[in-house]
Design a protein around this ligand. Sequence first.
Ligand code: PLP
Length: 400
Amino acid sequence: GFRPASRIASIGVSQILEIGRKAASLKAEGKPVIVLGAGEPDFDTPTTIKDAAKAAIDRGETKYTALDGTPALKRAIVEKFRRENGVDYTTDEVTVATGAKQILFNAFMASLDPGDEVIIPTPFWTSYSDIVEICGGVPVLVPCDGAAGFRLKADQLERAITPRTRWVLLNSPSNPSGAAYSAEDYRPLLDTLLRHPQVWLMVDDMYEHIVYDGFDFVTPAALEPRLKSRILTINGVSKAYAMTGWRIGYAGGPRDLIKAMAVVQSQSTSCPSSVSQAAALAALTGPQGILAERRESFRERRDLVVKALNEIAGLNCRVPEGAFYAFAGCAGMIGRIKPDGASIASDRDFTDYLLDSAHVAVVPGSAFGLSPYFRISYATAKSELEEALDRIAEACGRLR
Ligand code: PLP
C-alpha cells in the first residue's frame, strides 16, 4: 500500500473538511442544512476587477510572468504598503504568490531547518501549524483565551522563546477569534522581540480591511522600524476584495528572505496566475469604496450574531474587532445531556449536536487549538444567520 512521507504523517484531515463533508451528506438527504463554516466573503468579486482580468486575457497576458510577481503588480503592492500602512518597501522587498497560503509556505520552506520553532498563539488559523510541520518546523502553541482577548501577552512570548525559536506568527484581525491587536497591544510584544535578535516576526494582515467600530488597524513594520529587517508582512486580496478563487497573496519583507522565498516558488508554481495578477492589480489600484460598504454589511451581521449568541444561556461571545468570525465560549454546555441521553463532553460533541439536531454547521474550537469554543462564520445572508441562530438557541434549550 501507499506509505506517506513522514513529513505529512502527523497531519490529519482537517476537522473543518470533515464537518463540511458531514454537512454535505445531510444536505444530500434533503435536510435544510445551514453552513456557517466558510472562510470567504459571500459577496461577488467587484465588476471592475473582473473586467480588468478579461482585458488582460484579450491583451494576451496569458503566459508565464516574472517569478514572484509582475513589475506592475509589485509597484502597486509597494504603493499599497506605503499608502495604507505607512511602510516603505522597494519592489525587490515584495513578493507575490498563489494566495497568502503559498506565501506562508514559501516563507517557512525558505527559513526553517528541522526542529526550528515557530511560536503560534491559539486559537489560530489551522493551516499555520500544518504548514510549519510540513516544512520541518515545530509549532509552539501558546493558549490565549477569551479572558485575554485572544491576544498573546509579552510575558507569554518571553517564556515561549528558546534558542530554537525562528519566528513568532501573529494574525490580526484573527481567524478564528476576530480579535485584533492595537498599537498598545503590539508595543510590549515588539519590545520583547527587540531583546531577542534571533527571533523574526511574521504577521498575517489578511483581514486588515474588515475591522469595526473605528478600530485603528496597524502593522508592526510601521510601529517599530528597528524590527522591519526581521518582519514579514503578509496580506492578500482574497478577503478584502472577495477574490478567494483568484489565488493571489503578497508580502513585504527583507530582501534576502524575499529572494529565498522566490527560490521555493520557482520550483513549485513558477509564478502566480498571469490573469489573476492583472485582477489583483486592478483591485489594489482601483476604487476602494467597496471596502467600506462591505465592512458596514459585515458589521451588521457581527452585531446580530454576537447578540444572539450572548442571549443563549451557557454561551458567551466576546465582541470581535474584525474579520467575519464570532468565536464563542461553550464551557456552559460541557456536561449537559442531549435529548438522546448522551452527554456533551467537548466542543466537538457540541458542534456535532448542533449539526445533527439543528442542522447548523459550525467549527469547534479544537480545530483551532483552543477549547471549549466554536466558530461561526457570519459571511452569510442575514436571513440565514437569523434562522441558524434561532435553531441553535432551540437546540441549546433542549439540553438538560
Ligand atoms: N490567512 C488567514 C488568517 C486566513 O484566514 C486565510 C484564509 O482562510 C488565509 C490567510 C489564506 O488566504 P489566501 O486565500 O490568500 O491563501
